[in-house]
Design a protein around this ligand. Sequence first.
Ligand code: F6P
Length: 326
Amino acid sequence: MPQISKIAIMTSGGDSPGMNAAIRAVVRTGIYNGLDVFGISRGYEGMIDGQIEPMHSHSVSNIIQRGGTILKTARSKRFLTYEGRLQAYQNLMDQKIDALVAIGGNGTFTGASIFDKEFNFPVIGLPGTIDNDLYGTDATIGYDTAVNTVVEAADKIRDTANSHERLFFLEVMGRDAGFIALRSGIACGAEFILVPETTTYIDNFARLLRHDWRRNKTSGIVVVAEGEEEGGAYEIARKVKERIPELDTRVTVLGHVQRGGAPSAYDRVLASTLGHVAVRGLLEGERGSMAGIVDKKVVYTPFDKAIKHHKDINKEMLEMSRILAL
Ligand code: F6P
């Protein structure tokens, strides 16, 4: 088992609420275990540029409640090249760093997996993305907060939709996955939830809408995941309007508001727990994997599996949402 005395932590890819709570947990658990802890700014970009600074217990004071990431984050093209990764490795060696905790999503773990194998350098990942699209954890850090943000917005939209008797198309984040759409859609009582995991047949969808309106509906919300195959909310609204011109439709794209804000209690506890276990995992020889929680138990999933193995959306909940919106 490698002797570990210095570790580094970084956040990478799209930020998510709770990343700061995870940083705090890694730094303090590291210090508790007698380790020197370093913070890398701007993800892999900072690793390549040598932006690596020591962190102390007070470096992470008063951040558990803050959204964003104090270490900043980036999506790095240079880390996709061998030259970039070699430079990053040399910078870590210069500081005598033995292991890394990387908080991020798919892109982060793809890089981490290559780096771990290429330079025999231990890396543990923490799932930090609002999309919840990683296999090996029931929830990713930031997902719960993002869903709550969507629900708060949807409730407000519901008021005005109802007053004006309009159908709203509400686009939420989720490039390749409909987890945010499904959960927030159920929580706000959406009439329809459109996700990339299922095919939307526009004619069929328009027929159902027409039927609902003939029966009793005068207003509603369709939650659309941004990765939905038929196009985003604007495109779907346009296609529906073509088929049902009498519907008064509006579109709201929530965008990056979903990525910010104070993390929920759930995300703070998840991030704190995973940050804590990541350090313990490294000390016990765990590496090349993502720490997650499945059925209330901590599990480590190899990076390749966490990224490639598809986490399925719960189709029964999708069906349930339709029944409850009748
Ligand atoms: O991966 C998280 C995510 O928020 C996706 O849902 C979204 O498609 C993407 O990041 C947006 O990325 P950027 O902030 O680079 O525009």
